[in-house]
Design a protein around this ligand. Structure first.
Ligand SMILES: Cc1cc2nc3c(=O)[nH]c(=O)nc-3n(C[C@H](O)[C@H](O)[C@H](O)COP(=O)(O)O)c2cc1C
Length: 208
């Protein structure tokens, strides 16, 4: 249950580190790239938008097995409202990824995408649209995943409703890993391995 959240770091334009918790939403089909979703109006987006390579580091701790993975690499944003920096697939794949990830969200998880901008001063009256004001969202219920269930198991499903009203603020983030720093606390002695995965998996065992 706890393992579906990781901490994701970025660097702001003044060079200061930023990090936040995000939900792991599975792997991009046929790749090792990790997926999360976010609101295009959130601050992290300005840190991950622009020319050139944009970087992330994920820190992911698995409580049961006492393993930590620090995964670093490049970020790409996939959204109906911004031009994508991700060159690996065409428009059709992009559209179906957005649809699939949107339909995996519960109504509750979708609501913030329609409400006031993240980090704007709180205004009681403009908080959330009432149910009758909300855009009509029709999704295949069997494919809907609540934010508290295992999103990863639904990632490879390509069955998505064609009748989904997707917020323009919705954004899928693709994290392409280049390196992994793995730490195993339960083995004796503890083990640390560094992986360079750009040219296949190159493994280097180092001291913890
Ligand atoms: C358990 C948990 C899960 C979260 N999952 C997400 C997520 O998947 N996507 C996201 O944008 N924010 C998520 N958040 C909120 C972020 O941690 C953060 O507060 C928000 O995105 C604003 O970050 P920013 O100002 O760096 O953009 C989550 C927070 C918690 C506590």
């Amino acid at each position: 249950m706890h393992s579906k959240y990781y901490q994701v770091a970025s660097v702001d334009p003044s060079g200061r580190p930023k990090n936040r918790t995000m939900v792991f939403r599975g792997f991009l089909q046929g790749t090792q790239n990790l997926l999360s979703v976010t609101d295009l109006r959130s601050e992290k987006i300005s840190e991950w938008q622009g020319d050139g390579k944009l970087h992330f580091e994920i820190c992911w701790y698995f409580t049961g097995s006492r393993e930590q993975y620090r995964v670093a690499g490049e970020v790409a944003l996939i959204s109906n409202s911004v031009k994508s920096s991700y060159q690996e697939f065409g428009e059709q794949t992009k559209t179906s990824l957005i649809k699939q990830q949107w339909s995996n969200l519960s109504d509750n998880a979708r609501e913030p995408f329609y409400s006031s901008s993240p980090k704007a001063p709180f205004d009681d009256s403009s908080a959330l649209p009432s149910p009758q004001d909300k855009p009509v969202i029709s999704v295949n219920d069997t494919n809907e995943v609540d934010s508290n269930s295992n999103a990863a198991s639904n990632i490879t499903s390509s069955v998505v409703s064609n009748n989904v009203d997707i917020s323009d603020n919705f954004c899928v983030i693709v994290f392409t890993p280049h390196t992994v720093d793995y730490l195993d606390l339960k083995s004796k002695p503890q083990q640390r391995c560094l992986y360079d995965i750009q040219d296949g998996w190159k493994e280097r065992m180092v001291n913890p």
